[in-house]
Design a protein. Structure first.
Length: 85
């Protein structure tokens, strides 16, 4: 989701997301499936090339992604502050 947050597009190729991350393809595919089911984005096959998977993000889903990442960043900051005490 950080890749989607950093790149403000409406459409992404799953292959590009996989190449950007330091995870193996099966791990990313599983995460994408779960996040799609939780409505963080939509997933569909490219009409012109069935081998290609597209990730589609609308405005409402982008807000949901940004909200989640904001909460995660806040918790990390809080945890770091607790360690420093």
């Amino acid at each position: 989701m950080t890749y989607i947050s950093e790149n403000k597009e409406k459409e992404y190729y799953l292959k590009d997301i996989i190449n950007h991350l330091n995870y193996k393809q099966p791990q990313v595919v599983k995460a994408v499936k779960i996040l799609s089911q939780e409505d963080y984005f939509d997933k569909k096959r490219n009409e012109h090339d069935e081998r290609t998977v597209l990730i589609l993000v609308n405005a409402q889903q982008r807000k949901k992604i940004e909200s989640l990442l904001s909460r995660v960043n806040k918790r990390i900051t809080e945890a770091n502050n607790e360690i420093e005490l």
